[in-house]
Design a protein. Structure first.
Length: 62
């Protein structure tokens, strides 16, 4: 019975170390993806704005 309890304690300790590391990495990856998504959307907004300006000037000189 003593070995089972020691094994159980060892398993619980390992999980208490591994699970927080896993979730912190998962959260870090999610934040990185969100940041990249915001950058892409900002670049897309700038591109659309510049395209609108170009269309206005093209229409003006036609």
């Amino acid at each position: 019975m003593e070995t089972w309890s020691m094994l159980l304690v060892l398993i619980l300790l390992l999980f208490s170390i591994i699970i927080p590391i896993y979730y912190s990495q998962k959260k870090k990856n999610l934040q990185k993806k969100l940041k990249e998504g915001r950058e892409v959307s900002e670049k897309e907004k700038i591109r659309v704005y510049l395209d609108n300006i170009n269309e206005k000037f093209r229409a003006k000189y036609r």
